[in-house]
Design a protein around this ligand. Structure first.
Ligand SMILES: C[S@@+](CC[C@H](N)C(=O)[O-])C[C@H]1O[C@@H](n2cnc3c(N)ncnc32)[C@H](O)[C@@H]1O
Length: 228
């Protein structure tokens, strides 16, 4: 005999079980089983919740910035994704910063890599120079510790142009207790307290919660829109 779930006849117990999953359960599952080795863009590993990538597409289409700065390249899946979106608009370039680009696989005319820490003086001055006079959006996916996220927010906030975004990724780790998989991802506090502290100092930015409407995000409170 089939059972009813939400008033709908269903015969598959596996889907009945999945339909009971909470958002927290999904995030735990995604972190445990998906994000590190089962997400790719055009064959290149991509450390993202794809629901967030869809939001990036929506933001980029609206803004069509001259420059996207990605902090944290890894193998280049997200860089290639962003560069190919820029192709669709026929406009924009991407600079992807990482401590090490030896694993970087993305090849695309719109991508420039910059090797070093986001807090290296040379990296800071090059990014400031490359961003001058351009409309700029930043995606932060580098060192997620509270201290480094706050330092990067403060260092680079001026580069983001009005109406554009400074997206701070992976604040999801701060929503989970330290004895859970996501909570244990970081030794100490991560992006969320950094965002909170930054917003008390820099009133030009607000959290755009509309970017979290799909609910399944790794970036809670991380879509920072520059309004002034
Ligand atoms: C989560 S991975 C980036 C994933 C990539 N954006 C993607 O979606 O596939 C984080 C990267 O940040 C880099 N990273 C860590 N600390 C950094 C720092 N201080 N400056 C620049 N890059 C850093 C690491 O080397 C690593 O490749």
């Amino acid at each position: 005999m089939s059972e009813k779930l939400h008033g709908v006849e269903t015969i598959d117990p596996e889907y009945q079980k999945l339909n009971q999953m909470t958002l927290a359960g999904w995030l735990d599952y995604h972190q445990r089983e998906v994000v590190f080795d089962k997400v790719s863009w055009m064959g290149i590993p991509t450390l993202k919740n794809v629901m967030d990538l869809w939001v990036y597409q929506e933001i980029l289409f609206t803004l069509q910035p001259d420059l996207v700065i990605e902090m944290g390249s890894f193998k280049g899946g997200s860089a290639l994704y962003l560069a190919q979106l820029l192709d669709q608009f026929g406009h924009g370039e991407l600079i992807s910063v990482d401590l090490d680009h030896s694993q970087f696989m993305a090849k695309h005319a719109r991508i420039t890599t910059l090797t070093g820490s986001t807090q290296d003086r040379a990296v800071i001055s090059q990014l400031k120079e490359l961003a001058a006079g351009k409309s700029v959006m930043i995606i932060h996916d580098a060192d997620h510790s509270q201290k480094m996220v706050l330092a990067d927010l403060i260092t680079y906030a001026d580069l983001v142009t009005k109406d554009s975004y400074f997206i701070v990724e992976d604040g999801v780790v701060d929503l989970f207790a330290k004895d859970t998989l996501l909570g244990a991802t970081m030794n100490g506090p991560g992006p969320l307290p950094a965002i909170r502290e930054f917003l008390t100092k820099d009133k030009r930015f607000v959290i755009d919660r509309s970017c979290e409407r799909y609910l399944l995000t790794y970036n809670p409170c991380g879509y920072l829109k520059k309004i002034a």
